[in-house]
Each structure stands twice: as structure tokens, then as C-alpha cells.
Design a protein around this ligand. Structure first.
Ligand SMILES: [Zn+2]
Length: 428
């Protein structure tokens, strides 16, 4: 087993209220020592982390790895490479694969393939309903036994509230987390935010009420069932108001925001076309502001990347035919660094929302999302100031659907370490 000594880095670990210069020794896959100065003993690899931040590795509750069935977009191997490039060692994969992840065989296939690749800890989400059709619940027990950690029909929500309520009861009994793509289909038949840009382009929109009503429904059901619910990709300011209200009341509701909603507004569709098409859609300046503030204040709990690769021929279709989604792993850290540089979030909060809090939501804490001595050594080392261009040469994904392709980004991962093993080394 490798022995690593991370020297001279600025360690940020919210779980221990740690923020300062320290060295970290990793032995046998665990954090074995954190001290101001640990002299090398000669039998370890020394990582020079001077001028870099050292933090618990990132945890993503929301990514599409497209495997099985759509491996021309991404597969578990390329997706793993993209994840560690972004500093993520733990990833919850979405079940809208083909066939859908609605049975234990697919969950097992995904876990085994990820283990073979050996870069990330892949934690599959299973579907709530068979075939994601919204009609019949899947076998939660069998999915859990196979290794699923969460349930979602991501891409859409359940329209049968009584079925969702039953799902919450059962999932809660089994310790599975229900996650919801909170957007009512009847109010979101369009392709971008219902507003200025959709009317300018003469295209059907997706209403903000589609999300707000679903968030309200989910909150009330979580309250009534006393079960946990996690709202995926919050995009509208009305949802933020509701989340704040439910949290005040002590409801077990958590939520995530995607880097794309933190960085872009609906106008991006005019500039980037289908590359800026996502569900829920990019919204207005006011929404973006509300999301950033909610993330800073803890009303929104964490980041989900919603990494959603698509082939270029798919994204070259017209807006109303192109599939929704964009790459997420690669831009998550730069998105948060941008907010940090603008003084909108602290460095501690940056690490919390990318690591500690998602680990807690997924019940992985206190083993992950922390650098406490004795825990699993999943560590990320990044440079807050490093400028890089996100281009084809550097991109590990099979797809390149991102409005940020070819653009200069600030904030770069240089080492991703999983269980004491370096799984990614960045070049400057
Ligand atoms: Zn979704």
C-alpha cells in the first residue's frame, strides 16, 4: 500500500473546523496524521501542496454516466476519469440508463464495472418506479441489497402523489434516500425557461411553477411521512423560499444546485443554443442570485453536478429537439471558485457543499467528507488561482457538450486521491 505525505498545503476541513497550513500523512488507505510539520521518513511519496488547498475529496449526488445503453455519450470508465479530473471520488449515478436501473442486476453491473476501473466509488441510484414509468414501484429491498443508495426517477417526477407517499414510507424504512427531479410534467412541456427568451424564440417554455409546486408537494409529503427527501437541481427562487420554510419547520428536506444554474441564465440559450439547454432550465438573473445566496446560507445544502454528457450530433439538433443537459464534473470546482473569488461564499463553505454535506446527505459521513485521523483517505488538492482552458485535449469525457468548452476557467484540481491512492494527477 502506498504511503503519501502531503506537505505544505492549506488544509480546509469543515468537519474539524480546520483551516490552515498543515501536512497530512496517509498510510494503508487512511489518514494517519495531520500536523503542522511532518518530516518525510524516506519511504513515502511526497506531494508538494504549497500554494494549494487540501480538502476531503468531492462527493457528487447527481451524475449521468450513461452506462448501460448510451455508452456513445459516456461510460463508467470515461465518466470515472471525468469525475476524478473534477476532484470527485464518490459519485451517485442516475438510473435513466437504457434499460433503466430498476433492477438489482444493473446496480451490480455498475458497481462491478466501476470497481474494475478503480477510480471512483460508484453508488448507483435505482429508479422509484419500474421503467421510470411512474406506475409501479420497483423492489426497493432488492435494489438496496444490490448496493443502491438512493431512488429517483430523475428526468421526470412522479405524478401520482399517493405512489410517491408510499415510496417515501418504504424507502425510509430501508434507509434509502428518495431524490426528486421536482418539475411537474404538465407545466414543463417546453425546452427553456418560460419567459423573455422563450417568447423571443417562439418556443414553449417550462414554467417556474412546475418546480415550485413539486417542491411544495415533496416538502409536505416528507413532513407527513417523516421521511427524508432530496430535491435535485433547484433552479427557481420560489423553490428557495419554500425550502427555507420547510427547513424552519424541521422537515427532513435537503437540496442541491447545479454549477450551470449558478453560472448561467436563460440568455445563455441565445448565445450557446442547445448547449445551454438543461432541465430544469436556466432561469433569470434574480433566480441565479437567489440560488447563490441560498447556497451560501445553507438553505440549499450542496452541489450536484448533473453531469449529463450528450454526443455532438445530438446537441447539433434544433433547440426543440436536442436533449437537455451539459457536462458537470469538469466545471463544478471552477464554478465554486468563481463565487469564492467574488466574495459570495467562503472557502469553508466551498468545501462543505462539494464534500462534507453531500457525504452527510448520503449517509457516508463520518467515513467520507472529512480528513479526520483514522478515516478513509479520499483527498482532493486544488489550486484556487490556476487558470486553464477547458478544451478537447484536456477533457476526459466522451462528450464535449458544455458552453464552457474553449473557455478559460479558474480553479484546477491537481491531485485526486481515493483510499490513499492517487487516481488523478493534473498537469499545469
Ligand atoms: Zn433531473
Amino acid at each position: 500500500m502506498e504511503k503519501l505525505l502531503i506537505k505544505g498545503g492549506f488544509v480546509v476541513d469543515p468537519s474539524q473546523k480546520l483551516e490552515g497550513l498543515a501536512d497530512i500523512l496517509i498510510e494503508k488507505g487512511k489518514i494517519s496524521k495531520i500536523e503542522r510539520n511532518i518530516p518525510p521518513s524516506g519511504d513515502e511519496e511526497v506531494i508538494d501542496a504549497r500554494s494549494m488547498v487540501v480538502a476531503p475529496a468531492f462527493v457528487d449526488p447527481h451524475a449521468h454516466l450513461r452506462d448501460p445503453g448510451q455508452t456513445y455519450k459516456e461510460d463508467i470508465e470515461s465518466g470515472s476519469r471525468a469525475a476524478v479530473f473534477g476532484g470527485f471520488t464518490t459519485v451517485v449515478s442516475m438510473p435513466n440508463t437504457s434499460p433503466t436501473t430498476d433492477n438489482p442486476a444493473i446496480v451490480e453491473y455498475q458497481i462491478q464495472k466501476a470497481q474494475k476501473v478503480g477510480l471512483i466509488r460508484l453508488l448507483p441510484a435505482g429508479t422509484i418506479t419500474v421503467g421510470r414509468k411512474g406506475e409501479k414501484l420497483t423492489d426497493f429491498n432488492a435494489l438496496k441489497k444490490a448496493g443502491a443508495v438512493a431512488l429517483t426517477d430523475d428526468g421526470t417526477t412522479l405524478t401520482d402523489e399517493s405512489l410517491l407517499k408510499t415510496a417515501l414510507y418504504w424507502a425510509s424504512d430501508l434507509g434509502l434516500l428518495v431524490m426528486d427531479h421536482a418539475e411537474l410534467p404538465s407545466l414543463s412541456r417546453g425546452h427553456l425557461n418560460e419567459g423573455k427568451v422563450s417568447s423571443l424564440l417562439g418556443l414553449a417554455g417550462r414554467s417556474r411553477s412546475a418546480e415550485a409546486i413539486a417542491v411544495a408537494r415533496d416538502g409536505f409529503l416528507a413532513q407527513e411521512t417523516d421521511a427524508k427527501i432530496h430535491i435535485q437541481h433547484v433552479s427557481a427562487k420560489e423553490s428557495v423560499d419554500l425550502l427555507s420554510l420547510f427547513k424552519e419547520k424541521g422537515v427532513n428536506i435537503t437540496s442541491e444546485v447545479n454549477p450551470n444554474h449558478l453560472l448561467l441564465t436563460e440568455e445563455a440559450v441565445l448565445k450557446y443554443g442547445p448547449l445551454a439547454k438543461v432541465n430544469p432550465p436556466l432561469r433569470t438573473k434574480e433566480d441565479r442570485k437567489a440560488l447563490i445566496q441560498a447556497l451560501a446560507e445553507g438553505i440549499i445544502d450542496c452541489i450536484g453536478t448533473d453531469h449529463a454528457p450528450h454526443a455532438s450530433w445530438e446537441k447539433e439538433k434544433p433547440l426543440d429537439q436536442a436533449p437537455p443537459g451539459m457536462l458537470g464534473f469538469q466545471i463544478a470546482l471552477p464554478a465554486l471558485v468563481k463565487l469564492y473569488n467574488e466574495g459570495l461564499i467562503t472557502l469553508k463553505r466551498l468545501v462543505e457543499v462539494l464534500s462534507t454535506t453531500p457525504a452527510k446527505i448520503l449517509n457516508l459521513y463520518p467515513e467520507l467528507g472529512t480528513l479526520k485521523v483514522g478515516t478513509t483517505a479520499d483527498v482532493v488538492i486544488f489550486d484556487l488561482k490556476h487558470e486553464w482552458v477547458f478544451d478537447e485535449k484536456i477533457n476526459p469525457s466522451k462528450s464535449s457538450n458544455s458552453p464552457f468548452m474553449g473557455r478559460k476557467l479558474v480553479g484546477k484540481v491537481f491531485y485526486t486521491i481515493k483510499e490513499g491512492k492517487i487516481v488523478y494527477r493534473g498537469k499545469s
